[in-house]
Design a protein around this ligand. Structure first.
Ligand code: ADP
Length: 501
């Protein structure tokens, strides 16, 4: 029986401190006997392909070190200063240097050349995210003929934006080495199809995209939380302490919370302007609200991120200078990390969750905020229409994050919302967060990849069949809450639904 081999730029850190993607993959692989391959996060003077291996439960984690130049050109360069801004519609921030794309190609080759000898013919390979688009093609070049799937965690851009990358054609062609390309939303899949049909002379036939002499299946698989795990985190002493602390702090004030990596895609300066507009238009509320923005620093080596940090702190300072009194400041901006347990407590204490990215593949903070709420007295989620999550979470207050008046109106509506309406919205949101969790995402993707590789077309959506990869059937790994007859279909709203007829 073949193994599941997952490849991502970063793997779960040994000390437990991992980014969002690594947390999601770790949850998806929990209890599975799989291999997880990626960069160690360490640098070496000369790349020699040496691998380190450790175990995390049944999971074998295999890592390689990269050279300084790899880090500059592949990671800080092409991945985070070209692909990330372009895919988040920020061509103004993109660096199109040729050395970056060369470094990106080199590191993908290095990943493939060190991974290929470890692969067995019946393995199933699942590659994650924008750092590793060419990896599948490199593995094919080295002779691997089994199923390879790719999942993009960030948005796929509109064709006009994608074509600003000088290597756009090569990147698109690289994707055609995969059997299945998964994205967060139907909108992203449509943008990819539009590029393939409009720019690459491709065709869409029988649900398969054909171009560059190959074919693939492209489909949306919205990622979810490890919801049960997050609910359990919310009951830990750390979470309860954070809840008590923030509830006491907010005794006479309603807490509004934002939690984001300090990234320009998250819309933090625009959010601050929206909050400021709310204060201007609701002066009677100035002493009754506190906006807490938790924003750990991110990619601090990249120039745009340094400018963002200065901008956010300056804006928060300016708003406080205008509105603070000696015993009250309306904005609290905290540039640091907290444990996810502590975040669960803070979310629960907050009357409003303000999640307003300018562009986001999914946004898991929106789902965490919902999962953390008290069922009998939940807070209100304000969610940007440009987050992938908005395609599913229609009972949030959906806003245009660029429009400060709209943000201010949503804050007024959220803070004034009666309990009945809050409970009604929360119940609908929580049902989706519970059902479309990370385990369902994994099962759907792997089921579809198996079918795509065997050349079978899924009748509608892929059935969640018990897949035997490694020792355990994947669908037996997590307790499911699906209603009987559930077939893994996704409703028009994006949440999974029971099969019709
Ligand atoms: P992204 O992957 O772009 O950072 P997501 O919202 O999808 O955005 O995922 C972010 C993850 O990082 C969430 O699980 C969230 O809890 C976590 N996170 C965000 N901010 C912090 C913070 N200040 N401390 C700890 N974890 C954080």
């Amino acid at each position: 029986m073949g193994r599941l081999v997952v490849v991502s730029n970063r793997v779960a850190a040994a000390d437990g401190a991992s980014g969002g993607l690594a947390v999601a993959i770790a949850a998806a692989l929990q209890g599975e006997s799989a291999v997880w391959f990626g960069w160690s996060g360490e640098r070496t003077a000369h790349f020699d392909g040496a691998l380190a291996s450790r175990r995390l439960g049944d999971l074998e984690i295999v890592t390689l070190d990269l050279e300084d130049l790899d880090f500059d050109e592949y990671y800080n360069g092409y991945a985070n200063a070209a692909l990330w801004p372009v895919f988040h519609s920020r061509t103004d921030l993109a660096a199109y240097d040729r050395s970056f794309s060369e470094g990106y190609a080199r590191v993908n080759r290095r990943f493939a050349e060190t991974l290929a000898p470890l692969l067995r013919a019946d393995d199933l390979v699942w590659v994650h995210d924008y750092h590793l688009i060419p990896l599948g093609r490199e593995l094919r070049r080295l002779g691997f003929a089994g199923p390879i799937g790719f999942f993009l965690h960030i948005p796929w851009p509109a064709p006009q934006l994608f074509t600003t990358l000088p290597q756009h054609r090569d990147l698109a062609q690289a994707l055609f080495a995969y059997d299945l390309v998964g994205m967060q939303t139907d909108e992203c899949v449509a943008a990819f199809e539009a590029y393939v049909l409009g720019e690459a002379g491709g065709a869409l036939e029988g649900g398969r995209l054909k171009a560059f002499g190959r074919q693939l299946r492209a489909q949306a698989f919205p990622i979810g939380l490890d919801t049960d795990d997050f609910l359990a985190l919310g009951r830990t002493p750390d979470a309860l302490r954070a809840y008590d602390r923030m509830s006491a702090h907010g005794l006479y004030r309603s807490l509004i919370v934002g939690v984001d990596r300090l990234d320009y895609s998250k819309g933090i300066p625009e959010r601050l302007l929206g909050f400021e507009h709310y204060l201007k238009t609701h002066p009677e509320m100035v002493r009754k609200v506190l906006y807490l923005q938790i924003a750990p620093s991110s990619r601090a080596d990249v120039e745009a991120y340094q400018a963002l940090r200065a901008n956010v702190l300056a804006q928060a300072g300016r708003i406080n200078a205008a509105w603070a009194e000696m015993d009250h400041a309306p904005v609290l901006c905290v540039i640091r990390n907290y444990s996810r347990a502590e975040l669960a407590g803070v979310y629960r204490a907050a009357r409003v969750g303000l999640v307003t990215p300018l562009r986001d593949g999914m946004n898991l903070v929106a789902k965490e905020y919902v999962a953390a709420q008290a069922p009998e007295d939940p807070g209100v989620l304000i969610l940007s229409r440009f987050a992938g999550a908005a395609r599913q979470m229609k009972d949030a207050l959906i806003v245009n994050p660029y429009a400060r008046e709209e943000l201010a109106d949503a804050l007024a509506e959220a803070l004034g919302m009666d309990r009945r309406e809050r409970v009604r919205r929360w119940q609908a949101l929580m049902a989706g967060v519970s059902q479309s969790d990370v385990h369902a995402w994994r099962d759907d993707f792997i089921g579809a990849l198996t079918l795509a590789h065997s050349g079978q077309a899924p009748a509608e959506r892929p059935r969640r069949t018990p897949l035997t990869l490694g020792r355990a059937p994947l669908s037996s790994l997590a307790p499911r809450r699906d209603p009987p007859g559930h077939d893994g279909a996704v409703s028009a709203s994006g949440w999974r639904t029971t099969a019709q007829g």
